[in-house]
Design a protein around this ligand. Structure first.
Ligand SMILES: Cc1cc2nc3c(=O)[nH]c(=O)nc-3n(C[C@H](O)[C@H](O)[C@H](O)COP(=O)(O)OP(=O)(O)OC[C@H]3O[C@@H](n4cnc5c(N)ncnc54)[C@H](O)[C@@H]3O)c2cc1C
Length: 262
């Protein structure tokens, strides 16, 4: 590791000010950023930890009935505290291992937008709102491709607001070594209709499978998706699975998610 400056502010305003310095970067749980720095794939001159900001920690219910999660809340706390949205709590419980769950944060996961991460599927599949120090961004506008989001330089995710649907389920086919999703599908049915968000599969990162949403809108049952799978074009192909394998798996995991909605 190389030398760098470190700040741990206690307010969002101080964090934003600290991040205005050239080459400064936000630090959530460090589960992605620190290994990246060790490999010299990133070399910020200053890290600004968000972990000391009380207003970015914890889970509450808004007056509008949304589950609101502070951007620096770790996955273990979501698993334990998001009981009013069971599918989200279960998703958090399935991330990585205990060390990752106790360090990694929801804000770090959504900012990173790894194409195989779980939270992007939950946010897109729930129609969540990403709240930053500057604005509110609908999940439909937030994800802009693999490792790419609508966040501007120095902008931090302070909170994520999840509307609670009538029914939802996340089904993940795990890469057994990391527990990242080889394919993960988040399905929800609520006031805004049916949403199906897929992670782990596409070269463009998380996406909504609109054909499945249309089929499920008329008949919310796994049978409505019989024989359906997205096109293999543009699906990830690597040593874990070909693009055709992943496309098939999207169909399988979506049917499982719908069946699990009960
Ligand atoms: C072994 C292992 C297994 C894992 N398995 C899974 C899994 O199964 N599913 C899954 O979804 N994830 C998995 N992860 C990822 C992990 O859960 C973290 O969510 C992820 O590493 C990023 O979160 P972090 O808080 O550690 O962010 P950091 O590593 O601290 O930061 C990542 C990026 O986000 C930026 N950032 C951090 N916080 C914010 C913020 N609030 N606002 C704006 N930018 C911010 C940083 O500047 C950096 O660019 C795994 C990680 C490891 C190491």
């Amino acid at each position: 590791m190389y030398n760098f400056d470190f700040e741990k502010p206690s307010t969002i305003a101080d964090a934003v000010a600290a991040l205005a310095d050239e080459d400064a970067q936000a630090l959530g749980g460090g589960q992605t950023l620190i290994p990246t720095m060790k490999q010299r794939l990133a070399s910020p001159s200053k890290l600004v930890s968000l972990k000391g900001i009380a207003e970015m920690q914890g889970i509450c219910m808004s007056d509008a009935g949304e589950v609101c999660i502070g951007g620096a809340t770790c996955h273990a706390d979501v698993a334990e505290g998001a009981g009013s949205y069971p599918a989200l709590a279960a998703l958090a419980e399935g991330i990585g291992d205990p060390a990752v769950r106790n360090r990694g944060t929801i804000g770090g996961s959504l900012a990173n937008n790894d194409p195989s991460a779980c939270y992007p599927a939950a946010a897109l599949g729930s129609g969540a709102t990403i709240v930053t120090n500057a604005r509110e961004i609908a999940a439909d506008d937030y994800f802009q491709g693999m490792f790419t989001t609508a966040l501007e330089e120095g902008e931090i995710i302070t909170e994520v607001k999840f509307p609670v649907p009538e029914a939802a389920s996340y089904q993940k086919f795990e890469q057994p070594a990391s527990r990242f999703a080889l394919v993960g599908v988040f399905v929800s049915k609520g006031a805004g209709g049916v949403r199906v968000a897929v992670t782990g599969a596409s070269e463009e990162g998380v996406f909504r499978w609109s054909e499945a949403e249309a089929a499920l809108s008329g008949n919310f049952s796994a049978d409505a998706l019989d024989g359906m799978a997205p096109a293999a074009d543009g699906m990830i192909s690597d040593l874990h699975g070909s693009s055709a394998y992943r496309a098939h798996l999207v169909g399988v995991m979506t049917r499982r998610a719908v069946a699990a909605c009960g």
